[in-house]
Design a protein around this ligand. Structure first.
Ligand code: GUN
Length: 287
């Protein structure tokens, strides 16, 4: 039976480390401030934003909350970002996605100063990750690297397969695994013979967005399986993109849903916030 990679415990460790660091910074008179912007009242976004603010409070990060009306114009949102970009007391800016359809997410992402881009979504942050320069890294893939490292799972020389090519997870995940000297393949919805490709993986990262799609037929015996998906089934129970009961018996380690990748995203956001005030970019490396 597989080792269960415990994201709850690992994320709690990271948050403790960050709390200590923030306490030390405060003792030197340095404060960490994150501005969180939500446009509209999407219930899932409200839960995520609430959790982010709670994590800030726990660690000692000051959070500024902007809850804007659904009807807010793009110009108004860009004007707020511009104001926050210019404020010396604001270290990080986060605009919760998705935005209402009348607002261009790309324009908003690009408006945030890269030095305050704690989500790591700005094209400059992505370019720096791609070229190996220090910069902010998207939180979910950075969290997965921490899960692997802190579970003693080596990446160098391993066959790594990432299923999914989103800008937020799949692509930065592949770049981070490459930075750790993995041999990386990105598979996606047009990949032919997906099972053959995924069966090559020593480390399989699944971000397909389909409940329980990955069964043991997709997994090599002894592989490490990381499940990025989160879904609610008909009985209101949470499940991932991986059929956990089917896959766990044949792999060496696996992340559960919930309690695997999910808690790491907020922990790494907190890490990025601390870095935004510290100006030392460790994104994706040990904190
Ligand atoms: N919506 C869903 N996940 C995220 C995230 O990581 N950051 C932001 N800004 N919005 C999201």
């Amino acid at each position: 039976m597989a080792n269960i990679i415990d994201g709850k415990t690992i994320s709690a460790q990271i948050k403790e480390e960050l709390k200590e660091k923030v306490t030390a910074m405060q003792a030197e008179g340095r404060k960490v401030t994150l501005a969180v912007i939500q446009v509209g009242k999407d219930p899932a976004s409200s839960v995520y934003v609430g959790n982010k603010k709670k994590a800030c409070a726990y660690i000692g990060i000051h959070s500024l909350s902007y809850e804007l009306e659904e009807e807010t114009t793009q110009e108004e949102l860009l004007a707020l970002i511009e104001e926050l970009n210019g404020r010396k007391d604001v270290n990080g800016i986060l605009v919760q996605l998705p935005l209402p359809p009348h607002i261009d997410e790309g324009k908003v992402t690009e408006a945030i100063r890269p030095e305050k881009d704690v989500d790591g979504f700005h094209p400059e942050s992505v370019g720096k990750l791609c070229t190996g320069q220090p910069g902010f890294v998207s939180c979910t893939p950075a969290g997965i690297i921490q899960l692997l490292k802190r579970s003693g799972i080596g990446i160098a020389g391993k066959e790594c397969v990432v299923i999914g090519r989103s800008n937020i997870v799949g692509k930065p995940m592949a770049l981070l695994l490459l930075r750790e000297n993995g041999t990386v393949t990105i598979a996606h919805s047009k990949t032919k013979n997906l099972k053959e490709v995924t069966k090559r993986a020593d480390i399989l990262v699944v971000a397909v967005g389909k409940p329980k799609m990955i069964t043991k037929e997709y997994v090599k015996e002894g592989a490490v399986v990381i499940d990025v998906g989160i879904h609610r089934n008909a009985e209101n129970k949470l499940c991932g993109d991986v059929d956990y009961e089917d896959v766990a018996p044949i792999c060496s380690a696996i992340t559960p849903v919930p309690g695997g990748v999910g808690p790491m995203t907020i922990a790494m956001l907190m890490n990025n916030c601390v870095e935004s005030a510290d100006s030392c970019f460790l994104g994706g490396r040990p904190v």
